[in-house]
Ligand binder design. Structure first.
Ligand code: TPP
Length: 850
């Protein structure tokens, strides 16, 4: 900032501008500023307006709507939530220090939650999608308790899901009592939590794509979501996650005014301040404004209004604007006297502002995120915003109300135990109707049924459509067409050469034409559609764009023309695997979120799947998704020239660790067709909570016709492909891309006088899972059809085939040829020779054994 070299001139400009605002109004004032700005740009002054506005509320006192609720009652209720949440965590940790839990986060966010719950967040299938900060979960449970959705017994099993089951079995607690999961986990509490947020950054990115997917469903005429909104309550520290920031511009570009984020800026994360030497609210304001969001700063509570009104010289705004967050945190931790001396004592004009206020009153000055009236004003403005998403930057104190024990303390995040004095002080601070005994015994508190507070709470929720969070899973069943309708070409391939990727794309094209299932299919790509030969779908079904196509594409006359359309079906997410999987999650959970089943097929470079966005896949699994992940160009040696960053030899191992993911490595188009058919039936007809990860490759080779009698075996993990020859027996297990090597080895060994059994193993994972759970398993029956030592060859790491070792007959030796290590750039044959997975290596391995 330059020094003012002519104070008088500056003052004249100021006055002139003030008079424009006063005489001609804000529109004219904005116009003049735009004009001046464009003049400055024309003169190349190198000037840009700052994206940061003063450290005050965006919504002025005059713009503030009247608070429509019973403020006293809502504050009382919030205090009860605070207490019950705290008691739940402290109780669990008195029992055993192992359980963990958080108090300070919800303590800072309680009012932000309460205003949402009482006035904005609508429940039900036409209601809102609310992403709730994970470590504020105790507060959400506390509310469910007051609403009568959870019992005192449930609360006493916070973070003890297994103990609750045992206690019920032993009759120690009433039937129906359940443990409460640490964080929002739909998998653990399927009728309660909707969206997992425990892995920071994944809630924010998913919330954006959920909002966009609602637009997609609406624009395509699949389901009207136009009345629904997405809300997200996130932490300011969480904004450091790359995923949190990854789709901000997309949300603005798509004009997602159905999306509101509330970032709880308590200025602290786990270890300490989010920006000790800076100011997170300013930083986020710049970022979000730059990305195209509306930013509403909710910084100060109502009791500051008078101070600002008297601050004619702007010293208060200036002093606040110069206080870094580390210092602001210290002000939160210290008492009124310290704040008077250290903050207001900086300048006589500041001191004058609080003259007449007691230290207690100074201590009680609220930050905006603790003032329900201000919060209501911000939320109301957010939902009226048109054409852009909104973020509310809410200033709060971490550990609000925890006094000496935690408010603003450096260590408050992990504080889960409070001393007796602190508990009593908490009671007094929030005026809780609890005796000393109840406080020290950490009794949960619930007003009597029929009492005004509880009636009010229930009325509010009734008005908003019922309780939240709430997950529903009922959805219509869709009839899947016969496999012949979309996979006949693969079943009767008759030696035709093609890759499994080509086969899949052809099948997908056919499925898209099915009158029932076709519209439900959601093809998703992250800028690799051409790589996988999907360009024909651009024309066939179009690429979704909320604004259609505003240009004439260069290839307009081509049959493969790049066609964007408002009712386009493909989600082309650009180079964002995090975005593409988030879209996939939105589609794969649509049956639960909207009661409208959709079938997403996300086709990606296999290497950039589990390895790149494995945690999002894990978060997806938590939501019981239904859909297909297709790892194209998979395998360590099949992608040839691309080198070690592209050659995927591990995803099948990752996939095996995800319980509700069925992973497959088909070798032939017919197998792939069967798997897609079976997956569709499981998801759409039987409504099973499963999702599929299926590998595909780009190697062209002869595809045999497929005998549908083997379909069930393909699904279970493998089948005997062929057996020939006379002589000493041997068995080869092969899958996916290296099946071609196994076929060559097969011929060679037969020629050399061996009896050879060749299996196509479509899933080691499925074979092993079944073998681990039942003695009479598919693997056992399968191997009974063959004899001799077993050699497994895989384009994946050794650990993939090794999954079945423990379940093999004791008299059969088992040798694994696999591709552990880094890939490199060369031809397929060179790579297969290097890793020892080519036909020669298979023959050699068999011959070495016997
Ligand atoms: C990906 C990931 N990394 C780390 C954590 C552990 N963790 C849980 S809460 C937290 C701090 C959160 O700070 P902030 O977002 O500011 O929220 P606050 O609790 O202050 O409201 C951390 C690091 C996590 N849950 N997820």
């Amino acid at each position: 900032m330059q020094n003012d070299i002519d104070l008088q001139e500056t003052q004249e400009w100021r006055e002139a501008f003030a008079s424009v605002v006063a005489q001609a109004g804000p529109d004219r004032a904005r116009f003049i500023l735009d004009e001046l700005s464009s003049q400055a740009n024309g003169l190349r002054l190198g000037w840009r307006p700052s994206a940061v506005t003063p450290y005050v509320n965006t919504i002025s006192v005059d713009e503030q709507p009247v608070f429509p609720g019973d403020l006293d009652l809502e504050q009382q209720l919030a205090s009860l939530m605070r207490w019950n949440a705290l008691a739940m965590v402290v109780r669990a940790n008195r029992l055993t220090g192992e359980l963990g839990g958080h108090i300070a986060s919800y303590a800072s966010a309680a009012d932000l939650f309460e205003v949402g719950f009482n006035h904005f967040w609508r429940a039900g299938r036409q209601g809102d999608l609310v992403f709730m900060q994970a470590h504020s979960a105790p507060g959400v449970y506390a509310r469910a308790y007051l609403e009568g959705r959870l019992t005192e017994h449930d609360l006493s099993f916070y973070r003890r899901e297994l103990a609750a089951q045992k206690a019920v079995a032993l009759g120690e607690v009433p039937a129906g009592t359940r443990g409460l999961s640490s964080y929002p986990h739909p998998y653990s509490m399927p009728d309660f939590w909707q969206f997992p947020t425990a892995s920071m950054g994944l809630g924010p990115v998913q919330s954006i794509y959920q909002a966009r997917f609602m637009r997609y469903l609406t624009d395509r005429g699949q389901h009207d979501c136009s009345g629904r909104r997405v809300w997200g309550i996130f932490g300011d520290g969480e904004m450091d996650e790359p995923e949190s920031m990854s789709a901000l511009t997309m949300a603005a570009r798509e004009g997602l005014d159905n999306l509101t984020w509330v970032v709880n800026c308590n200025l602290q994360r786990l270890d300490g301040p989010v920006r000790g030497n800076g100011r997170i609210i300013d930083e986020l304001e710049t970022l979000f404004v730059g990305a195209g969001w509306r930013v509403i700063k909710l910084i100060w509570g109502s009791d500051w209004d008078g101070l600002f009104a008297r601050d004619h010289a702007g010293v208060l705004t200036q002093a606040l604007g110069q206080t870094v967050d580390g210092q602001m945190q210290t002000f939160a931790a210290k008492d009124g006297r310290y704040n008077r001396e250290t903050f207001f004592g900086q300048h006589p004009a500041l001191a004058a502002l609080v003259q007449g206020m007691t230290d207690e009153q100074i201590d009680g000055l609220k930050r905006g995120g603790h003032d329900m009236v201000k919060i209501y004003a911000a939320y109301a403005a957010a939902i009226q915003t048109k054409g852009q998403p909104t973020v509310i930057l809410a200033h709060t104190k971490k550990g609000y109300g925890m006094g000496q024990a935690g408010q603003g303390r450096m260590t408050t995040h992990s504080n889960k135990k409070l001393e007796n004095d602190d508990l009593l002080a908490f009671r007094d601070r929030f005026g809780l109707p609890l005796s000393d005994e109840q406080v020290l015994g950490l009794s949960f508190y619930k007003p009597a049924d029929g009492s005004r507070p509880l009636e009010y709470l229930r009325e509010r929720r009734q008005q908003l459509g019922g309780s939240l969070p709430q997950r529903q899973t009922d959805a219509p069943v869709f009839q899947v067409p016969e496999i012949a309708a979309h996979g006949q070409f693969a079943l009767a391939a008759d030696g035709k050469e093609m890759s499994t990727t080509m086969a899949f794309v052809r099948q997908l094209g056919a499925l898209l034409k099915d009158p029932v299932i076709g519209p439900k299919v959601v093809p998703i790509v992250a800028d690799e559609a051409r790589t996988f030969g999907m360009a024909n779908l651009f024309k066939q079904v179009g690429i979704y764009s909320s604004v259609g196509q505003r240009y004439s594409p260069e290839d307009i006359g081509s049959v493969l023309s790049y066609r964007e359309a408002k009712d386009g079906q493909i989600l082309e997410e650009g180079i964002s695997e995090a975005g593409a999987i988030s879209s996939w999650i939105a589609a794969a959970t649509s049956y639960a979120v909207h009661g409208q089943p959709m079938v997403p097929f996300y086709i990606f470079y296999s290497m950039f799947g589990f390895q790149r966005i494995g945690d999002l896949i894990w978060a997806a699994a938590d939501q019981n998704p239904r859909g297909f992940l297709l790892g194209a160009t998979s395998g360590r040696t099949t992608l040839a020239g691309e080198g070690l960053q592209h050659q995927d030899g591990t995803s099948l191992l990752w996939a095996a660790t995800v319980p509700n993911c069925r992973s497959y490595d088909p070798a032939f188009a017919g197998e792939l067709a069967v798997l897609v058919q079976h997956g569709l039936q499981e998801m759409l007809e039987q409504q099973k909570d499963v999702f599929y990860y299926v590998t595909m490759t780009n190697a062209n080779y002869a595809q045999p016709s497929f005998d549908l009698n083997q379909a069930e075996a393909v699904v279970q993990g493998g089948y005997l492909l062929k057996a020939e020859g006379q002589g000493a027996p041997c068995t080869i297990l092969a899958s996916g891309a290296v099946m071609t090597e196994a076929l060559q080895a097969f011929d060679e060994l037969v020629r050399k006088g061996r009896r050879v059994y060749l299996y196509s193993i479509t899933s080691y994972c499925e074979l092993a899972r079944q073998a681990a759970s039942q003695a009479d398993c598919h693997l056992q029956g399968l191997l009974a059809q063959s004899q001799g030592p077993i050699v497994a060859v895989s384009d994946w790491v050794r650990a993939v085939p090794e999954q079945i070792r423990a379940y093999l007959p004791a008299d059969r030796s088992f040798t694994v040829l696999a591709t552990d290590g880094f890939g490199c750039s060369d031809t397929r044959s060179a790579l297969r020779e290097k890793f020892g997975v080519d036909a020669n290596a298979i023959v050699g391995a068999v011959e070495r054994i016997v």
